[in-house]
Design a protein around this ligand. Structure first.
Ligand SMILES: Nc1nc2c(c(=O)[nH]1)N[C@H]1C(S)=C(S)[C@@H](COP(=O)(O)OP(=O)(O)OC[C@H]3O[C@@H](n4cnc5c(=O)[nH]c(N)nc54)[C@H](O)[C@@H]3O)O[C@H]1N2
Ligand SMILES: Nc1nc2c(c(=O)[nH]1)N[C@H]1C(S)=C(S)[C@@H](COP(=O)(O)OP(=O)(O)OC[C@H]3O[C@@H](n4cnc5c(=O)[nH]c(N)nc54)[C@H](O)[C@@H]3O)O[C@H]1N2
Ligand SMILES: [Mo]
Length: 867
């Protein structure tokens, strides 16, 4: 089969234009043609496929485009059109100041993904599919039938047309983000909410305005670094953990606050504070008590730069009794929030709480840096509020070596100031006429023309025909069609959303489901029609930004595999069938978009005074590429940029960027440089936040940091908290981002399955009474589902908690309802909280020893190969 693929079906991506690119930019690399070296399940075959062939090959930069936050350099050795090997950054010697951008185990497995035997090869439909939702209960278990592109596109277009005409545009849902095609057709429903940042966005916006971060090299001036719920060694690919090692080497003490003794804590921490998930606000408030009663807070800082700390510094119009200090001391509610009070909730010994508070208040300068994991909890705002408040009490704002911020994903441990960035594609946007407001971070629940449901409410909206529309109350809906055709990231809607069991019920209720994908991921498995998409190895090329100090550029390495097509081509073809002009939906070719990204790339001038073009482009380049553009002078030639695959700003201590200090202008002159908050100051008491959260209509949020028991948190593991009698779900589950995968992506890769076995971690204190030892198969049950998994019994997790990495490809037995893959969303449930953030880390469960057949390692399971 390999090699029979031609590009005749896609005239815009023909061999001539490909050669133009490569001739102009990569020096005439011979690629495409025959034999893609498909990686079969059999490792011997992999080796036979050229594992040893290197002569005459050429290394080319290839994409790793997934949402792990890492932006790393990946290169493929192409020999005679076959990708035989991968390597990572060796473009310059590695130093801590100017590190190589090395890929991880996932990135280096990209060849196994792109060329995997389980790549989707042809358009296909469910065998018993009938128009209008026929045999929909068979979704997920029906057989697949190969169909032609013609038939597939006709089916999809006619279902879209039918649903639009019969039920209107609001019965089409595009989860998480819209589609240009559907928007051009009059729009559809979207879901919104905060998936990654937890409760942070509204808190940041109203309490401080924004959260800039000091330059990476300045972190080394800290004497103390507190990593609060942050595990960059697993969840920030690339250099973040290495950068933090430099902070340690420069002499900082490092404290990790985490329910898990994470790989980061193992490598860096001097102290581990083993907090229970979802109880951080209590811990922080207990620390505040120690600081206040020992007069350790930086009172001068609080008086000058903040509002709401004590009754004498309240924002205008606020009740003076609502100040933070009196809440902590229990002046009005009669409950002093002592370390003993906190300890009962968070599980940390009161002496440790005092010691930690003392250390934090007296070691200067100090950095407090958090990811969003503790904010991905029910009532997560309270963590964010308490974190900022206690941080500000130490006065570590606007100074070298000091800071209080959220920093994770692409820019963990980096400055928030980027030094090089890619240009836009210029492809433009088509706004959704039904949903004109932003869908990420926050939305505008106060507006009367605001539609669409929180991600967490999507399944119930499909099933029950109703969702919450902020201050507008309940909104009826009749959702019929799920549209998941997306470029480069389909979004694995079903696998990655809370409550998979409810999700499957919702999927089996819809009239029609279409996805585009590269593998049979969970959402595709439950669809009616699945369209095979090209990966970035098969498309004209792209740049990737995110890492503040480097951008990456990748071209096409192989022709589209089998019948895989570019997502843009799919939407153009559908547009024609729906009576739209494809050029209006997708006006720019991939080549032009790629060119625009490169031509628009900007790099910071060495003195930090502004941006300059990154890439030199000549008239000849433009002619050779057949794109529209103007010549320009930059720092590197197009050829050099493409050959290296990366442009990285060379850093050294003392350079113009290392002086970037977050909130320095505000610190220097708060009158002249007020913050964009209501008071212009840091708002410890923040009425605007309280109002914003109320507008969503899910939960309330007091204007100051207070601890209230979260839904499905620690307190909920008891049926009688006061007498400490445990309930039916006595353990807390949390779901870290796991090194096997980027969410669900790469879960199918066998070598990664072998290296990271998707094991569940539990403490001996909980395992022993249950007769559980390492290697056993255990059964984890929550209110919403059951999974079975191998267990690792370890003191690396807090007693009473269970850790399981998020993202495994659910494998549910329809008879028993048991998922043997350990997809954490088989256990989570939809919970509406705050601004629609998703509370992945507050879940209650029970664990038992599994008495059935022990689970075979998932590396031995059959791959999802359809054809
Ligand atoms: N390998 C890999 N890396 C990834 C991803 C991936 O899927 N795989 N996904 C990327 C994406 S999109 C995102 S959003 C980021 C997320 O990255 P992070 O925000 O770092 O999230 P997590 O890895 O879930 O959790 C970080 C740490 O917080 C701890 N933690 C969990 N709950 C709590 C709590 O209640 N309190 C405290 N104090 N700590 C807690 C966890 O044990 C873990 O050690 O990761 C990115 N990086
Ligand atoms: N329990 C729990 N759940 C979580 C989290 C958690 O911590 N705990 N974390 C949440 C977070 S932070 C995030 S960001 C979300 C992520 O949620 P999603 O974005 O839904 O997850 P991914 O697995 O990244 O989805 C990518 C999908 O795109 C497909 N794909 C990959 N490459 C291509 C391509 O080139 N073309 C096309 N068409 N498709 C492609 C993959 O097969 C996959 O189905 O998950 C959330 N879910
Ligand atoms: Mo995320």
């Amino acid at each position: 089969m390999q090699g029979s693929q031609t590009n005749m079906l896609d005239p815009r991506l023909n061999r001539r234009s490909l050669l133009k690119w490569t001739a102009a930019a990569a020096g005439g690399l011979a690629i495409g043609g025959r034999g893609f070296g498909l990686v079969q399940a059999d490792p011997a075959r992999v080796a036979a496929q050229g594992g040893t062939r290197t002569e005459g090959g050429r290394w080319v930069a290839v994409a790793c485009w997934h949402n792990c936050g890492g932006r790393c350099l990946n290169k493929a050795l192409v020999v005679d059109g076959v990708v035989v090997r991968q390597k990572t950054d060796d473009t310059h010697p590695d130093t801590p100041d100017f590190p190589q951008q090395r890929g991880c185990a996932r990135g280096r497995s990209q060849r196994q993904q792109v060329l995997g035997a389980d790549r989707l090869k042809y358009p296909m439909k469910r065998k018993h599919w009938e128009p209008g939702g026929g045999n929909k209960e068979l979704r997920g278990k029906d057989e697949w039938v190969r169909i032609s592109w013609e038939e597939a596109l006709d089916i999809v277009a006619s279902e879209i047309k039918r649903v639009k005409e019969q039920y209107g545009n609001k019965s089409i849902i595009m989860p998480r983000r819209g589609s240009k095609l559907i928007n051009a057709l009059g729009g559809g429903l979207e879901s919104w909410g905060v998936t990654s940042d937890g409760a942070w966005p509204a808190v940041t916006a109203h309490m401080v305005g924004s959260q800039p971060v000091n330059d990476r090299l300045d972190w080394r001036n800290a004497k103390l670094l507190v990593l609060w719920g942050a595990n960059p060694a697993w969840s920030s690919a690339g250099n973040p953990a290495y950068n933090l090692l430099q902070v340690k080497k420069a002499g900082a003490k490092i404290i990790c606050v985490d329910p898990m003794y994470s790989a980061t804590a193992q490598a860096l921490a001097d102290e581990w504070i083993p907090v229970r998930p979802g109880t951080d606000a209590a811990l922080l408030i207990g620390m505040a008590y120690h600081m206040i009663t020992n007069n350790l807070q930086d009172q001068a800082f609080l008086d000058k730069y903040t509002v709401g700390f004590d009754r004498d510094h309240m924002p205008e119009g606020a009740d003076p009794k609502e100040n933070f200090k009196d809440y902590v001391l229990g002046t009005y509610d009669g409950v002093p929030k002592t370390p003993e009070w906190a300890s009962e909730i968070c599980g940390i010994d009161p002496r440790t709480i005092r010691f930690f508070a003392q250390e934090l208040a007296t070691t200067k300068p100090a950095i407090m840096s958090s990811s969003s994991a503790p904010a991905r909890t029910s009532l997560g705002q309270q963590f964010c509020q308490a974190f900022l408040t206690v941080g500000w009490m130490t006065g570590n704002v606007g100074i070298s070596g000091g800071g209080v911020w959220q920093s994770y994903h692409t820019n963990a441990s980096y400055s928030s100031q980027s030094l090089v960035r890619s240009g836009g594609t210029g492809a433009g946007n088509i706004p959704n006429p039904l949903f004109p407001y932003g869908t990420y971070g926050f939305s505008s629940p106060e507006k009367s023309d605001w539609y669409g449901m929180a991600h967490e409410e999507m399944y119930s909206a499909i099933i029950n025909g109703e969702y919450t529309r902020g201050v507008n109350g309940k909104e009826k809906c009749d959702i019929r069609l799920l549209y998941c055709i997306r470029d480069s990231n389909g979004g694995n809607f079903l696998n990655q959303e809370a409550g998979i069991n409810e999700g499957i019920e919702a999927m089996r209720k819809l009239d029609f489901i279409v996805t585009s994908d590269i593998v049979l991921s969970t959402v595709s498995k439950y669809a009616d029609v699945v369209l095979p998409e090209c990966t970035w190895w098969e498309k004209a090329g792209t740049t990737l930004s995110g890492n503040p100090e480097a951008i990456f550029v990748f071209g096409k390495v192989i022709e589209p595999l089998y019948e895989a097509r570019d997502g843009m081509w799919i939407e153009r073809e559908l547009a024609k069938r729906l009576g739209l002009d494809p050029d209006e939906v997708h006006p720019l070719s991939r080549e032009q978009q790629f060119f625009n990204q490169i031509a628009g790339a900007r790099v910071m001038k060495p003195d930090g005074s502004g941006w300059e073009p990154l890439v030199t482009i000549t008239e000849q380049d433009i002619t050779a590429l057949g794109v529209e553009g103007k010549p320009q002078q930059g720092r590197v030639s197009l050829q050099e940029f493409r050959e290296r695959g990366v442009y990285q700003v060379e850093r050294k201590p003392g350079d113009a960027f290392s002086g970037f200090i977050a909130h320095k202008a505000f610190r220097d002159d708060p009158e002249k440089n007020p913050l964009p908050t209501r008071s212009g100051k840091l708002e410890i008491h923040c009425q605007a936040l309280s109002e914003k959260i109320a507008a969503y209509g899910f939960t309330t949020c007091p204007p100051i940091a207070m601890y209230r028991p979260p839904v499905d948190g620690y307190e909920a593991t008891f049926k009688d908290f006061e007498h400490k009698v445990k309930g039916d779900y006595p353990l807390q589950l949390f779901t870290p981002h796991y090194p096997r995968r980027s969410h669900s992506v790469f879960d199918n890769i066998r070598q990664l399955r072998e290296a990271f076995p998707q094991e569940c971690w539990m403490n001996p204190v909980d395992a022993e009474p249950r007769g559980i030892v390492t290697g056993d198969t255990i059964k984890i049950t929550s209110k919403c589902g059951t999974v079975i998994r191998p267990v690792e019994v370890t003191e690396r997790v807090v007693p009473g908690t269970v850790a399981l990495g998020e993202g495994a490809w659910v494998e549910r037995d329809d008879e028993t309802g048991i998922d043997k893959a350990g997809a954490t969303n088989s256990l989570t449930r939809s919970l509406l909280t705050g601004q629609g953030e998703e509370p992945w880390n507050t879940v209650n469960c029970q664990v038992e020893k599994w008495t059935g057949e022990p689970l075979a390692p998932d590396v031995t399971w059959p791959q999802r190969i359809v054809f």
